[in-house]
Design a protein around this ligand. Structure first.
Ligand code: ITT
Length: 198
């Protein structure tokens, strides 16, 4: 692929776009759905990250000639049987904000002892063009859930998640550290290899 080619990230989550852009570096021209205000809201009716990422990538790729990359991601907490999972963005109900989602998670985990607070972030990326899926990629990062949020950086559940090997949450570690080994960074590393080889 021509390295200056443009990629559309099929997201309205500016935090995802910032992380993906910073991981991709300057070699690719990246835009997201803020540049396509006419794009419809794609309903995430799938039961897996792969299904939802595919729905977003395929729907948006029908509206443009550009290569489209969709990110579906979330947090899987073992003590909650893998919740919030694909419902991460709407854990406390559709329309609920980050704070309500995080408060619900803190409450649901209140009685769970330290050794059972294991969790992982998972990110699935699907690349599509002209309505066809070209490839999919997955990255995970293991960690544990805090009892209370800590830190200001990042987004979503970052203040509650401490990655394995660290004592600080993603929100305390900051985006440079997070972007060096996060679930999204690990999926994007495979995307970059694929982009360079095609
Ligand atoms: P788009 O569908 O427009 O991309 P979204 O935020 O709704 O945006 P998802 O459906 O994939 O995206 O939901 C992802 C949710 O999972 C996100 O809103 C956060 O709550 C959580 N999440 C995903 N990656 C995260 C990360 O790196 N740090 C913290 N929380 C994350």
């Amino acid at each position: 692929m021509n390295e200056s080619s443009s990629i559309i990230i099929a997201t309205r989550n500016s935090h995802k776009t910032e992380e993906i852009t910073s991981i991709l570096g300057n070699s690719f021209v990246v835009t997201d759905l803020t540049a396509m205000p006419e794009a419809p809201e794609v309903e995430e009716t799938g039961t897996t990250f792969l299904e939802n990422a595919t729905l977003k990538a395929v729907a948006i790729s029908r509206l443009t000639d550009a290569l489209v990359l969709a990110d579906d991601s979330g947090l899987e907490v073992d003590a909650l049987g893998g919740q919030p999972g694909v419902y991460s963005a709407r854990f406390a109900g559709s329309g609920a904000g980050v704070q309500a989602n995080n408060q619900k998670l803190v409450a649901d985990l209140a009685a769970v002892p330290a050794e059972q607070r294991t969790a992982r972030f998972r990110c699935v990326m699907v690349a599509a063009q002209a309505g066809n899926v070209l490839a999919d990629f997955e990255g995970t990062v293991e960690g544990r859930m805090l009892e209370r949020p800590r830190g200001e950086a990042g987004f979503g559940y970052d203040p509650l998640f401490v990655p394995d090997g660290y004592q600080q949450s993603f929100a305390e570690l900051g985006t440079t550290v997070k972007n060096s080994f996060s679930h999204r960074a690990r999926a994007m590393k495979q995307v970059v290899t694929w982009l360079r080889e095609r």
